[in-house]
Design a protein around this ligand. Structure first.
Ligand code: NCD
Ligand code: ZN
Length: 345
């Protein structure tokens, strides 16, 4: 086995950068390895309009250290009041690359999300016409649906009906966590893609709950049974074009993770590429890492792949900081519970 691996520079198709001091702390962690990222709009208040997305993009670029390059790919947060014309204009100007659907109450800062899907039909139809992808947080929020079943139920009750009634709508199933999600994405044809996070390739629900509650492994959608983790590993490493990396790296300060009502999110920006190389090596699929991190995503988003390359080298275990400072408290870096042998040169 070769000890060097050269890939087109990767992109992250689902990332939380936050704002202010946290943005300044976490942005270099991504920009060090990634050329571009689909930036999630779940700020407080959310990024709803084209003007808000333009202002957020400016804040991201202002926070970028002068010696780094990085292109934020902006998204709009879909609400029941979203104006189809504003969405179309933000897309036509090149600013916005996707619209994000959060079912109201599904996750961090999703209170302004969608309750009545009939009220966003006009926006979705316009998006289908102009080819603008919808990124979907695929979980129902009904209190009678068990949290471990919410993704599968969402596919049946919400996603499949939306896709049937909006032909041509291009959809990314964000951070899939189940075999059901992977199977649905596979069967969906060229207008359907799915992102897979780094951490869902590593943890199952036991890692969160056995031997004490481990808040740094709590994220949404929550990690499921081992059979689902294995299905995600097969999907990520299998070379199918519908699957691509979206880390969902989601920083929260430690005192809000280690809390009676701890926030959801795993922060993986710092060590994602090392973890993924280790996973793909374990699966005998190092030759497919570039497809997952650097080729399938641009193809889905109809953007050119990056021209420059990164090189990973295999050697003695690499160590990463356990925490980074956010200016407002520390953020714990995801612990993959295994030695990592691949470092980005
Ligand atoms: C995300 C966050 O913190 O913004 N949290 C998470 O657990 N993934 C929101 C999200 O993507 O669901
Ligand atoms: Zn997310």
């Amino acid at each position: 086995m070769s000890d060097t691996l050269t890939l087109r520079r990767p992109d992250d198709w689902h990332l939380h950068l936050r704002d202010g001091a946290m943005l300044r702390a976490v942005l270099p962690e991504t920009a060090r390895h990634f050329a571009r990222a689909i930036v999630m709009p779940n700020l407080v208040p959310p990024v709803v309009t084209g003007a808000q997305a333009a202002a957020y993009r400016d804040r991201i670029l202002a926070a970028l250290p002068g010696d780094m390059s990085f292109e934020p790919l902006m998204t709009l947060y879909l609400t029941e009041d979203t104006d189809p014309d504003d969405v179309a204009a933000a897309h036509a100007s090149g600013l916005v690359k996707a619209v994000k659907l959060y079912p109201a109450g599904a996750t961090t800062n999703s209170a302004s999300g969608v309750r009545d899907f009939d009220r966003v039909r006009g926006v979705l139809e316009r998006m289908a016409e102009i080819g603008l992808p919808l990124c979907v947080h695929g979980e129902v929020t009904d209190s009678d649906i068990d949290i471990f079943d919410r993704e599968a139920v969402f596919i049946d009750r919400v996603l499949d009906p939306i896709r049937r009634t909006t032909p041509g709508l291009r959809v990314v199933m964000e951070h899939i966590t189940t075999r059901d999600g992977a199977d649905y994405a596979r069967a969906g044809g060229p207008d359907l893609g799915a992102t897979i996070t780094t951490h869902h390739l590593i943890i199952n629900r036991n890692h969160i709950l056995v031997g004490g509650i481990r808040p740094h492994y709590y994220c949404l959608p929550v990690a499921k049974r081992e059979e689902h983790r294995l299905a995600l590993r097969a999907a990520a490493t299998g070379g199918e074009a519908c699957f691509f990396l979206g880390t969902d790296s989601a920083p929260h300060v430690d005192h809000l993770k280690e809390h009676a009502c701890g926030c959801a999110g795993c922060f993986t920006a710092t060590n994602t590429m090392s973890i993924l190389a280790e996973v793909f090596e374990q699966e005998g699929a190092l030759d497919r890492l570039e497809g997952f991190t650097s080729l399938h995503g641009p193809a889905f988003y109809r953007l050119p792949p990056n021209e420059d390359r990164i090189t990973l080298t295999r050697g003695a275990p690499v160590s990463y900081p356990a925490k980074i400072d956010s200016g407002d408290g520390t953020v714990t870096v995801f612990d993959p519970m295994m030695p990592l042998h691949w470092r980005v040169a």
